[in-house]
Design a protein around this ligand. Structure first.
Ligand code: NDP
Length: 313
């Protein structure tokens, strides 16, 4: 039986043709009913339901369009199906966004902008320096290593935290997963660029936040549930000089329900726009790289970014 590829996302004709040279291709709306879904061997997907996956009983390979694969219905994916994420596909955009949040918080950009709009040019309070300050980068993959690189350009002292230190990534100190407390202790700033897995869910607790400086800034471009929300709210209320600068939400479908966080005065937020939603250019590059990896699989080559099932089950 030949390969049958199903894409839940719309593909540009030139990308579709690349796959069509190697397999039958269908996009969302072109297939119908369980009989058709059972012919699919390769899935290129954004959001997908467990029921749809159950009907794809010949599936061999899943290529996710997004870098994070935490929202896949993992209990419906058989252990012998290869799953690839799209990590790295938007790392520059997300790292730039992380630094935009950090700089906006440190230099009080939104605070002053609102005052200036009402004609108030009074200079109050103090901004914070990045130069020479200690920043912890949690997750030193595609995004985190780019964040570390930018931090170095700002002449910051960079502490890396991750499972492994890739060659070519420069940090001043590096800590493995069992030394998270050593990584965060005494940091002025931290950036979360970790995936949400069974190991990272709830990693950042009240006690971990207390290890950072009280005038610190925590940036989160990874996933919200890496932080225990109730602990963050308590810590932010107790430490009004600490700022949480955030792009990701606990209530994915209804982020307005996270008002207990974004209504606090010491938060700065964007509505999940760092990656795919940042620009058409970024999203098209993500699709291009996802299709490139599907083609790699169809040619019998080893796909990039294969995910460890055990991180999500
Ligand atoms: P990468 O896989 O390149 O980087 C993740 C890094 O975290 C890797 O170095 C990985 O190590 C490390 N890691 C994984 N598990 C652990 C753990 N338990 N403890 C310590 N380190 C760990 O992914 P990206 O940098 O491209 O993306 C990271 C995350 O950012 C995504 O999973 C997604 O959740 C989020 N994201 C958010 C976006 C947004 O719009 N806000 C857009 C894009 C991504 P190893 O390589 O050894 O597995």
């Amino acid at each position: 039986m030949g390969e049958v590829v199903y894409s839940t996302v719309k593909l540009k004709p030139e990308l579709r043709r690349e796959i069509e040279e190697l397999a039958e291709v269908y996009e969302a709306g072109e297939l119908g009913g369980a009989a058709d879904l059972s012919r699919i061997t390769v899935l290129l997907c954004g959001p997908i339901t467990g029921a749809e996956l159950d009907a794809m009983n010949n599936l061999r390979f899943i290529q996710c369009v997004y870098a994070g694969v935490d929202s896949l219905p993992w209990s419906h994916i058989p252990a012998d199906v290869t799953v690839a994420s799209n990590v790295g596909s938007n790392a520059d955009a997300v790292a730039e966004h992380a630094f935009a949040l950090l700089l906006a918080a440190a230099k009080r950009i939104t605070f002053f902008d609102q005052r200036v709009r009402s004609g108030n040019f009074e200079v109050v309070g103090e901004s914070r320096m990045l130069h020479g300050r200690r920043i912890c980068v949690l997750g030193l993959g595609a995004i985190g290593s780019r964040v570390a690189e930018i931090a170095k350009a700002f002449k910051m002292y960079v502490v890396g935290y991750g499972r492994s230190l890739r060659s070519g990534v420069t940090v001043d100190e590096f800590y493995p997963p069992d030394r998270i407390s050593d990584a965060l202790r005494g940091c002025d700033y931290a950036v979360i660029a970790l995936p949400l897995t069974k190991h990272t869910r709830g990693l950042i607790t009240y006690e971990k936040l207390c290890l950072m400086k009280r005038e610190g800034i925590l940036v989160n471009v990874g996933r919200a549930p890496i932080i225990v929300k109730e602990d963050l709210v308590r810590f932010l209320k107790e430490n009004p000089s600490f700022i949480y600068a955030n792009d990701v939400w606990w209530n994915i479908r209804s982020p307005s329900e996270d008002s207990d966080v974004y209504s606090l005065p010491n938060t700065l937020s964007t509505p999940w726009v760092a990656g795919a939603a940042s620009s058409r250019e970024t999203y098209e590059e993500m699709l291009r790289l996802a299709v490139e990896n599907v083609v790699r699989y169809l040619r019998g080559e080893r796909p990039l970014n294969i995910v460890r099932h055990e991180d999500y089950r």
